[in-house]
Design a protein around this ligand. Sequence first.
Ligand SMILES: Cc1cc2nc3c(=O)[nH]c(=O)nc-3n(C[C@H](O)[C@H](O)[C@H](O)COP(=O)(O)OP(=O)(O)OC[C@H]3O[C@@H](n4cnc5c(N)ncnc54)[C@H](O)[C@@H]3O)c2cc1C
Length: 411
Amino acid sequence: MYDVIVVGARCAGSPLAMLLARRGHKVLVVDRATFPSDTVSTHYIHQAGLSRLKDWGILDRLVATGVPPMRHLNFSYSDIYLNGFADPIDGITEVYSPRRTVLDEILVDEARGAGAEVLEGFTVTDLVFSEDRAAGIRGRIGDGPEQEFSARFVVGADGRNSTVAGLVGAEIYRSIPAACFVYYSYYSGLDWEFQHRTGSEPQQFGVWPTHNDQHLVAVMRRRDRLREFRADIDGSFQEIFDQIDPALGADIRANGKREENFRAMSYPDNFYRRSAGPGWALVGDAGYHKDPFTGWGITDALKYTEVLAEKLHEGLSGERSIDEAVVEYVKIRDAESNGTFELTCSLAELSLTPYYDSVFRATSMSPEYTTKFFGLIAGGIPGEEFFAPSNLEKLYEEVGMPADRRILTQS
Ligand SMILES: Cc1cc2nc3c(=O)[nH]c(=O)nc-3n(C[C@H](O)[C@H](O)[C@H](O)COP(=O)(O)OP(=O)(O)OC[C@H]3O[C@@H](n4cnc5c(N)ncnc54)[C@H](O)[C@@H]3O)c2cc1C
C-alpha cells in the first residue's frame, strides 16, 4: 500500500513524487512513456519556475546539461516593442528553454533518487475505489498482464486529456475556447536572442535558443487560417517571419536550417477542471490548462505541485483531513493562477484589446515599467500589482499618454 500514487511523471508528477518522497512518504509514480521522452511543448521556463527547481536543488543539474541562458527578451505586439529582462527573482538572473527529453528525464530521476518508485511504460486504464474513495490504480505495461496498486491517495498529473479526471468524472468548470494553432521545429544556423513577436495581422513567431546549439522556432496563427497554412507549410511558415520582421525573415531564409520535422497542434481549449475529490486530486495540465502563448504551463505545474505536496503532507502526517487539505490546494491554485489564465487567454487571441494596447504601449515608453512588465511575465510581479489602476495612472502620467488612451481596466 502506497501513501500516494501519481499518474504522469513529467513537470507536475515527478516533482510531486520527489517532494513527497523527500518527506518520507511512500510514493509510486507511473507514466506510459519511457524516459527520455519528448512531448509537444516549446519548453520555455520562467524565472518563477526556475526558482522552484533551484529551491529543490535541481537547477544546477539542469544548467550543467549545457542549456543556453537567455538574459534579454524581445517582445512585440504590432508596433509596440518591449525589450529587456526582469529583475532577479529568488536570485535567478537568466532563463532557459531545455528540451523536454532533458528536463523530464531529470525530474523523473530526481523522483527516483528521492526514494519514489517509478514505473515507466505503464498505462493506467482504471482506478480502484473503496468506500467511494479513490484507493488505487489498474493498468499494464504494453500487452502485459493487468496490475493493481493501492494507495491512500491518487493524483492525476496526466496532462490535459487526463485519464484520472475521466475516471473520477471531474468536470470542467471554466473554459475559454482556444484561438490558435502552432507549428514548430528546431533550427541550426541562427544566432538570435529570444524573440516573441506578434504582428499587426493576428499571427506570431517565437524563437529562442535550446539544447544542441539549436533554436526552437515556432509560429502561431488563428485557427481559421489552418487550411490555408497547411496548403504550403514551408511557405506559410516563412511568410509569418517575412510579414512580422522582414530582416529576421531574410536571416532565417538565408541561414536557418530546419533540423527536425515540424510539430503541429491546434490548441485544446483553456480550462479549469474540478481538481479535488475523495481520495484524489489533479495537478498540472490535468486540472488547469491554458494556451502556451505565455509559456506558463511548466512554471505553473512546478509551482502548484509544490502547493499540493505541502497539503498532501499535512493530510498524510495526520495534521488534518487529507481531503480538506487538498481542497485548499485547489483554492490557492485558482486564486493565484487567475491573472495568468486571463492574461494568457486574451493575448493568445493574437490581437491586443484596446486596454492591453494602451497599457503595453505606455509600458514600452518607460524603461522602469518595461522592467516591471518583464517581472510580470516572469512571475516576479503579480498581475494585481502591475495592472492596478493606481499603477497604470502613474505610468500614463509618466509617459504623457493622451487622455483618451488612458484605459485603466479591461472591460
Ligand atoms: C505546443 C505547445 C507549446 C508549449 N510551450 C510551453 C512553453 O514554452 N513553456 C511552458 O511552460 N509550457 C509550454 N507548454 C505547456 C506545457 O507543455 C504543459 O503545461 C506541461 O507539459 C504540463 O505538464 P504536466 O506534467 O501537467 O503534463 P504533461 O507534460 O502532459 O505530462 C503528462 C504525462 O502523463 C502521462 N499519462 C497520460 N495519461 C496516462 C495514463 N493513462 N497512464 C500513464 N501515464 C499517463 C503522459 O505520458 C505524460 O508523460 C506548451 C504546450 C504546447 C502544446
